[in-house]
Design a protein around this ligand. Structure first.
Ligand SMILES: Cc1cc2nc3c(=O)[nH]c(=O)nc-3n(C[C@H](O)[C@H](O)[C@H](O)COP(=O)(O)OP(=O)(O)OC[C@H]3O[C@@H](n4cnc5c(N)ncnc54)[C@H](O)[C@@H]3O)c2cc1C
Length: 604
C-alpha cells in the first residue's frame, strides 16, 4: 500500500492560487465560506479519508460485493462511511439551506470528493448517487415528495439510485421499455427491468429510492415519451409504515473493477404491485435526467482524475524506492562496480511519471475549472449567467472524457513504472488500472460524449460556446506572455487554436452538405484532439500562477513546488501536445473509412 493517495498541496494551489476560489466566496450564496473554512474542510476530509476510506480500499477489492438469495451484501465498512459522511454533511452539501444543504460551492465539493475518491473510489458512489437522486427530487419534486424522501436521504438512511439502463436501452435511452400505468389514486404501476444500477441494494440502506425512467402507457415513442418516477423499494402506507413495493434485486454484476461497489439488476412489478410516483411533468423525464447529467458527468471525470492521481502517487513512491540498473552517464557505458541507481533516475521512468503528473494535474484543474463555471452560473445574472452556463456545457463532455481516457493511459504508464510488480496483486496499480476502466463507459461512453461535443456543444448557436472558451484561453495566453520563458508556449498554443479552427472548417463542410454521419464519424478523434489542447490551457494557467509566485515570492509553498509546475508545462508541450498534429491529419483527411457504406464484410 502506498503512503499517499493525493497531494493536498496541489489541491490547495489549484483552489487558491490558480482558480481564485475567493472570487466565489464573495457571492451572498457562499458567504459562510472563506479561505480558513476551506482549510478546515479540506483537512477534515483528509483526516476522514486517511482513517475510514483509504485503509479499506484494497480490502473492498478482495472482499467484493456478494449476491445471495435476493440480497446484496457489501463490505461492512460501507456502513461507517455512509453514516459518517451523512453526519459530516457530505450528502447534498451544495443544496440550498432550505433543502437541507449547506450551500457549499461546487469547487469545494469537487475538492472534497477528489480526496475521498482518491482514497477509495469503491465507496464514494453510495453517497454521490444518493446526493444526485436527492437533487432530482429537490429540483423537480413536489413539497410532499421533498418532505418524504430528501431528509432521510441526506441523513444517509435511505439511499438513492439512477435507474435508467435496460438490456436494450444503454446509450440510447429513447428505447426505454419499462412501463408506467396510471392508477385511480394518482400513483403509477411500474413494470420492467433495469440493469447495471449502481448502489441499487445492500444491507445498510433502510430503503432505496430509485429515480426511474419509464414510459406512461400511450406516451409518444422516443425521447418525448419518457417520464421520471420515484420508485422506492419500500413504500409508506397511510400510517407511515413500510410496505414492500415489489422491487426485486435479481442480481449483482461481477465486474473487472470497482468490486466493492454494487451494480445491480432490478426487477420492478413482477407481482403487479410496484408503485411509482411521477416526478415533475409527464414525458419530460429524459429532459430532467439530462439536467442532472452535467453533474453526474463531472463526478465521473472527477472520479477518474482521483483514481489516476492515487495511481501516480503509488508509482512515484515505488520509483523512489526501487533500485535497478545504472545510469548511462558520459560514455554511455554502465559501470557494474557502481551501486544500482533508483529507477526514478532513468529518463524513461521519469517520462512515464511526468506523463502521470501532467495528465492528473491537468485533469484536476479542468474539473475545478468546470465546478467554478457551475458555481458562477448559479449566482451570476443575465449575460454573465448565460456565459458560464455555456462554458460549463461545452467543458462537461471534455471534463468527463479526458480524465477517463487519459487517466486510463496514465495508469497504464504508472503500472509500467512498477515493472513486473505492477501486474501483481500485492501492489495497488493493478487495482487502479481495473477500477478506472469503467470511467469511459458509464454516464455516456466516450463515443457518446464525443458526439455530444462535436454534434451539439461545438455548433451550438454558431459556435458561441467555443468562442467564449477561446476568449478564456486567450486571457490565459495574454498573462502567460508577460513571462519571457512562457512566450514560446503561448505561440505554440496559438498555433493549436488555429488548427482547431482549420479542422472544424474542414469537418463543417460535411455538416453543411447534410452528411452528418461523415461529420461525426471521427468525433472520438476530435475529442482526443480538442481535449488535449484544452488541458494544455489548464496547465498553462497553473504555470502562469506559479511563475507569478516565483517572481513575487508570496506563495503557499517553497520554490520547488512552483518550478515543478513550469516543468510540467514544458513536458506537456513537448510530449503530449504534438500528438494533436497527428489527430488533425486524420481529421482533415477527406477519406472517411469507418462509415457503414464500406460494408460489414471488411470485418471478416
Ligand atoms: C459498472 C456499471 C455501473 C453502471 N451504473 C449505472 C447506473 O447506476 N444507472 C444506470 O442507469 N446505468 C448504469 N450503467 C449503465 C451504463 O451507463 C451503460 O452501460 C452505458 O451507458 C453504455 O450502454 P451499454 O452498456 O448498453 O452499451 P451500448 O449502448 O450498447 O454501447 C456499446 C458501444 O456502442 C457505442 N455506441 C452506442 N450507440 C452509439 C451511437 N449512436 N453512435 C456511436 N457509438 C455508439 C458505444 O459508445 C459503445 O462503445 C452502469 C454500467 C456499468 C457497467
Amino acid at each position: 500500500m502506498a503512503d499517499k493517495y493525493t497531494s493536498i498541496e496541489n489541491l490547495k494551489f489549484l483552489l487558491k492560487e490558480v482558480h481564485n476560489i475567493e472570487e466565489i466566496f464573495k457571492y451572498p450564496r457562499y458567504q459562510d465560506y472563506d479561505l480558513d473554512a476551506l482549510d478546515v474542510l479540506i483537512d477534515s476530509v483528509k483526516d476522514f479519508s486517511d482513517k475510514e476510506m483509504f485503509p479499506y480500499f484494497k480490502d473492498m477489492d478482495e472482499k467484493p460485493v456478494v449476491y445471495k438469495d435476493g440480497k446484496v451484501i457489501v463490505h461492512p465498512q460501507i456502513d461507517t462511511i455512509i453514516k459518517k459522511s451523512a453526519e459530516n454533511g457530505w450528502i447534498g452539501p451544495y443544496f440550498d439551506f432550505d433543502d437541507g444543504g449547506s450551500q457549499m460551492p461546487g469547487m469545494l465539493y469537487g475538492a472534497g470528493f477528489h480526496i475521498l475518491e482518491a482514497a477509495n473510489n469503491n465507496a464514494t458512489g453510495y453517497i454521490g448517487l444518493t446526493t444526485g437522486a436527492a437533487n432530482l427530487i429537490v429540483t423537480f419534486g413536489s413539497k410532499q415528495q421533498k418532505d418524504t424522501y430528501v431528509p432521510k436521504m441526506l441523513a444517509g438512511k435511505w439511499m438513492g439510485t439512477m435507474a435508467l439502463t435496460e438490456p436494450q436501452a444503454g446509450s440510447s435511452l429513447s428505447d426505454v421499455k419499462t412501463t408506467a400505468k396510471p392508477s385511480a389514486d394518482g400513483h403509477y404501476e411500474i413494470k420492467g427491468q433495469k440493469i447495471f444500477i449502481s448502489g441499487g441494494d445492500h444491507q445498510f440502506g433502510e430503503n432505496f429510492i430509485h429515480l426511474t425512467l419509464a414510459r406512461i402507457e400511450g406516451a409518444p415513442m422516443g425521447t418525448k415519451g419518457i417520464s421520471l418516477f420515484i420508485v422506492p423499494k419500500k413504500r409508506l402506507d397511510a400510517a407511515g409504515n413500510f410496505e414492500d413495493n415489489d422491487v426485486f434485486t435479481a442480481g449483482d454484476f461481477q465486474k473487472l473493477g470497482q468490486k466493492g461497489y454494487a451494480t445491480t439488476h432490478l426487477s420492478f412489478g413482477e407481482n403487479d404491485n410496484c408503485r411509482g410516483y411521477l416526478l415533475g411533468e409527464a414525458n419530460r423525464g429524459l429532459k430532467y435526467m439530462f439536467n442532472m447529467m452535467n453533474e453526474a458527468r463531472l463526478s465521473v471525470g472527477s472520479s477518474a482524475t482521483s483514481i489516476a492521481t492515487a495511481a501516480y502517487q503509488a508509482s512515484l513512491q515505488y520509483a523512489k524506492e526501487r533500485p535497478q540498473g545504472r545510469r548511462l552517464k558520459g560514455s554511455g557505458k554502465k559501470d557494474a562496480s557502481q551501486e544500482q541507481t533508483l529507477i526514478i533516475n532513468h529518463p524513461d521512468v521519469r517520462r512515464m511519471l511526468l506523463a502521470q503528473k501532467a495528465i492528473t494535474e491537468g485533469a484536476l484543474s479542468l474539473i475545478l475549472q468546470s465546478y467554478k463555471y457551475q458555481d458562477l452560473a448559479l449566482v451570476a445574472e443575465g449575460e454573465e449567467k448565460e456565459k458560464y452556463h455555456l462554458l460549463l456545457e461545452l467543458l462537461t463532455p471534455i471534463a468527463k472524457t479526458f480524465p477517463a481516457e487519459m487517466g486510463r493511459y496514465s495508469i497504464n504508464e504508472g503500472l509500467q513504472v512498477l515493472g513486473g510488480y505492477g501486474f501483481c496483486m500485492d501492489f495497488p496499480l493493478q487495482q487502479y488500472y481495473r477500477d478506472i476502466r469503467i470511467m469511459p463507459l458509464y454516464e455516456g461512453t466516450t463515443g457518446i460524449q464525443s458526439l455530444d461535443l462535436l454534434g451539439r456543444k461545438i455548433p451550438f448557436e454558431n459556435g458561441k460556446s467555443l468562442q467564449l472558451l477561446l476568449a478564456e484561453v486567450s486571457e490565459t495566453m495574454q498573462t502567460a506572455s508577460e513571462h519571457e520563458d512562457l512566450k514560446i508556449y503561448v505561440t505554440e498554443l496559438e498555433s493549436k487554436i488555429k488548427l482547431v479552427q482549420e479542422v472544424l472548417q474542414h469537418l463543417m463542410a460535411f455538416a453543411m452538405s447534410g452528411d452528418f454521419e461523415k461529420y461525426l464519424a471521427d468525433a472520438t478523434i476530435f475529442m482526443e484532439f480538442f481535449s488535449t489542447i484544452v488541458v494544455s490551457w489548464q496547465l498553462m494557467k497553473q504555470a502562469v500562477a506559479a511563475k507569478k509566485i516565483l517572481v513575487e515570492g508570496n506563495g503557499l509553498y517553497g520554490e520547488d513546488f512552483y518550478k515543478a509546475k513550469v516543468h510540467v508545462l514544458r513536458y506537456y508541450f513537448k510530449y503530449e501536445l504534438p500528438k494533436t498534429a497527428a489527430h488533425a491529419e486524420i481529421l482533415r483527411n477527406k477519406e472517411i473509412l469507418t462509415i457503414p457504406e464500406e460494408g460489414n464484410e471488411i470485418f471478416s
